[in-house]
Design a protein around this ligand. Sequence first.
Ligand SMILES: [Cu+2]
Length: 637
Amino acid sequence: MDRRHFIRNASAVGALAGLSAVTPAWARSALALGPARPSGLAPTVRRPGLVEYDLTIDRTPLLFGGDRGTAVTINGTVPGPLLRFTEGDEAVIRVHNRLDEDTSVHWHGLILPNDQDGVPHVNFPGIKARSTFEYRYPIRQFGTYWYHSHSAFQEQLGHYGALVIDPAGPEPYAFDREMIVVLSDWTFEDPHDVLDNLKNRANYYNYQRNTLGDVLSGDVSPSSYLAWERMRMDPTDISDITGATYTFLMNGQAPDPGWSGLFRPGERVRLRFVNASALTFYDVRIPGLPMTVVQVNGQHVQPVETDEIRMGIAETYDVVVEPGDRAYTVFAEAMDRSGYARGTLAPRVGMTAPVPERRERPSLTMMDMGMDHGAMGGMDHGSMDMSGGAASGGAMAGMDHGAMDMPASDASMEGMDHSGMAMGAASGDMAMPGVDRTGLRPPGTIPEPTMHGPDDHGKANAMAPMQTRSRLHEPGVGLGDDGRRVLVYTDLKALHPEPRRAPDREIELHLTGNMERYMWGINGKTYAEEPLIPMTLGERLRLTMVNDTMMNHPMHLHGMWMELENGQGDYIPRVHTIVVKPAERVSLLVEVDALGPWAFHCHILYHMDLGMFRVAMVQRPGETLPPELAASYVPQG
Ligand SMILES: [Cu+2]
């Protein structure tokens, strides 16, 4: 350790005196081989069939990478304590709010009674300042989950933790040791200021954007630069918020030196990854160590060996690794490459492994814009040259105003590679919102490429992609080109087959936005403008989501599982959160089996806040919602 480094650490230790513990015990860097399974927070009461916890929400000064910030903490730490249950337990969790503002706790991925789900103004009034709320619900599932605030921007400030439920029966996959790895993002800025910055200038945190200088230096071709400029978009716009303000955390610790976990050589180690970020997608790999994925979103899957996993916000992934007698770096690179969270797996204290170089920043492609594959190939190689008058004005300016949908802007396609557009085939398949196309998809099939309908969702939607398609088999922007195996959604097969019922009804929702104006919504409308998605108890729904934007959106449904139609027939996996890629069309089946209002939203905190949020209102057949009740779901405050 060099002197400068030492001094920084010494001052950090000094600053810590008088502060609470930085991280809960389970998340601290190991100084000795710990228990094979982290036990988590000591319950207030534990007796057969009942586990009670007490959680205290407060503001606490903490250190992040040597600098002091004030976090919203659970029992004084970031992340909060690990809550551990066994399937079949009754959970009683008292949340004591010591803040001067409302708070809440949502149990992400848990199937529970509606009034226990924890979303203010949807399921309950929220937990008022200086008050206590007692949650009580039966635990009817197992797996890796997490919990977090659903109030204001508290989640960005540290209000999250891991929740693990052990199965009542045996685990299907053997492992000797278990570690929990919570990934998150931290900013020293007030999140309200972060949002204001984005509203003032959407690329405020994107220091990596292409400039005219990149053109002059030959790094970026003039035609490509001009094309993106005319769309008033930026191909480097991968994340709204970047390492320019974020400190990327693994178990609450900044990357230098980062969290570390100890194992005994020869052990099979199960890592339970939780992406508890407000906005960061993480690409996770452990150089030198293949990962066998055994659980996703708390659901067992058939084992898949891979080298890298893109973890969407709010997703959980359990992997089993078999480390040798050496140290390994757990490398969680932000999707836009603006930084990383880092940890170390080692057999002995003090061992470290090299930290990989960050990769080149990725660029969005014409595919992310919803251009047809064939046309895209053409466009990439020159026919996109925008210098040539009419053709350019048509195509690109059209996109800017949402007029890319066929057939209105047919003329705009002049000059593009017509042969590759596959217009005939796709337009015959045009799916219109509200059109019933129910029936089970045969095994091995996924949504067909579909031309965007005539409704471009108005001003709140910058661009309607020409064509949307399933991208479940794609690793995502910036991945898959370097020889590493990357987990994709089509790899996922449930452990056990389940016969599936055909859907009774289909709804199609378009994820919409205007990056320049930093507006986000669904079908061009915010939650305030259109709060409800009506659902009927007992129906089986096909929920088709179409991403009209160029950002990835991790969409989360509360209270009910979504079965991901990834072509695996009776083995399709169920998820609580699904990342919908730019210009993607994805379909999921929902057994509507839980009465009440359930939140459904993008899990990017700032997108949710701005209106990419709905209430799925599940009622009995024939019931209608009184208007005054419908009005009460308009967000307040
Ligand atoms: Cu989003």
